[in-house]
Ligand binder design. Structure first.
Ligand code: FAD
Length: 320
């Protein structure tokens, strides 16, 4: 069976969930071979093997931390040359998309970004994407070179499947280009204790209807009762009520959680562009004619300040 490379997103050896989802998709189209680079790369092996990686190629070098993405691109390119895979899967993070695009150019291959599903096809993997602000779902495949595909978080389940996961050192040497842009400092974001917005299984978002920064406590309380991330519409962000890093939509982040709860959000096309691929959508809005109700699975017409606290209380009570 053809091997499929999966580029591993990890922090000091702790594998992030979107990579495990990629392993599930990789098993549908071939045998997953994981590529982990940077500090702690070797520590990823047991988790990757536990999710179906037949081999784990690892490389560590100071260049991975000291420079921007090109060293990672060159490591992945070395893996492509060593393995001759039938496809390369990369998580759809900002960094992942840059790595995938640069790799595709270097190996002369076609690229598909932000896939929400992947299946085996007669002429290679077929990726599902959501296009034009999620008005269309497209299916496409790469017709030139080794398909490089980035996949959005929450596009596949995490499936524990034990495989050999044999660790092999990946030989990498860096070109001059790889060390062109040096990282001078890193400032970790202050932790809220909530999951990362693009990776969260549940997202609770607030919009202009929240009517003030202090009122976002109502949204945060619901999010915390569900272990969810908090999102915001651009109107709420532009008003200075919530940070831009939490904006969902065309000019914000694109999320695809199992459950998306929109409170006081009208459902403008630019907001929908960032959340319409969510599996289940719930909206709370006092205007029964709000366009958000056209795309919801469950809608509540009501004042969010009456509905959301009751919902939070009910969830907390049921959790015991
Ligand atoms: P509104 O449209 O004002 O809707 C507020 C809603 O809250 C209304 O439906 C109202 O009925 C309801 N409401 C009010 N009070 C309550 C209450 N007490 N209880 C319940 N419901 C209540 N927008 C984004 O979100 N993300 C983007 O990335 C983005 N990118 C953009 C890019 C471009 C180029 C442009 C032009 C626009 C972009 N926008 C984006 C803006 C977008 O067009 C809308 O203006 C924005 O999404 C509206 O935000 P909203 O739904 O919170 O506010």
């Amino acid at each position: 069976m053809a091997e499929v490379l999966v580029f591993v997103d990890h922090v000091d050896g702790a594998v992030r969930k979107p990579t495990l989802e990629l392993l599930t998709l990789a098993r549908r189209i071939g045998e997953p071979v994981a590529v982990a680079v940077g500090a702690g790369a070797a520590d990823t092996a047991s988790v990757l093997a536990g999710h179906g990686a037949v081999r784990v190629l690892t490389a560590d070098a100071p260049e991975f931390a000291e420079y921007l993405v090109v060293p990672k691109v060159e490591a992945l390119q070395a893996a492509v040359e060593a393995v001759s895979p039938s496809a390369v899967l990369v998580p759809s993070s900002a960094e992942g998309k840059e790595i995938a695009a640069r790799l595709a150019v270097r190996i002369g291959s076609g690229l598909i970004t932000d896939a929400v599903d992947l299946e085996a096809g007669e002429q290679g993997p077929v990726a599902t994407q959501s296009a034009f602000a999620a008005s269309f779902t497209t299916k496409s495949r790469v017709s030139k070179g080794v398909p490089v595909v980035t996949v959005k978080p929450n596009s596949a389940p995490v499936e524990p499947v034990q495989a050999a996961g044999a660790v092999e050192a990946l030989a990498v040497s860096f070109s001059e280009k790889a060390t062109g842009t040096r990282v001078t400092s890193r400032t970790p974001r202050e932790s809220t204790g909530r999951p990362e917005l693009t990776e969260a299984a549940i997202v609770v978002s607030g919009g202009r209807g929240v009517n003030g920064a202090e009122n976002f406590a109502v949204i945060e309380a619901l999010a915390d009762s569900l272990g969810a991330a908090v999102g915001a519409s651009r109107a709420a962000v532009d008003a200075g009520w919530y940070p831009h890093t939490n904006q969902v939509g065309q000019t914000g982040k694109s999320v695809s959680p199992q459950l998306y709860i929109a409170s006081g959000i009208s459902g403008a096309i630019q907001h929908r562009a960032g959340m319409q691929t969510s599996k289940t959508i719930v909206a709370i809005n006092k205007d029964a004619e709000a366009p958000i109700f056209d795309l919801v699975d469950y809608g509540v017409v009501g004042d969010l300040f009456a509905v959301v606290p009751q919902l939070t209380e009910e969830i907390n009570t049921r959790k015991g």
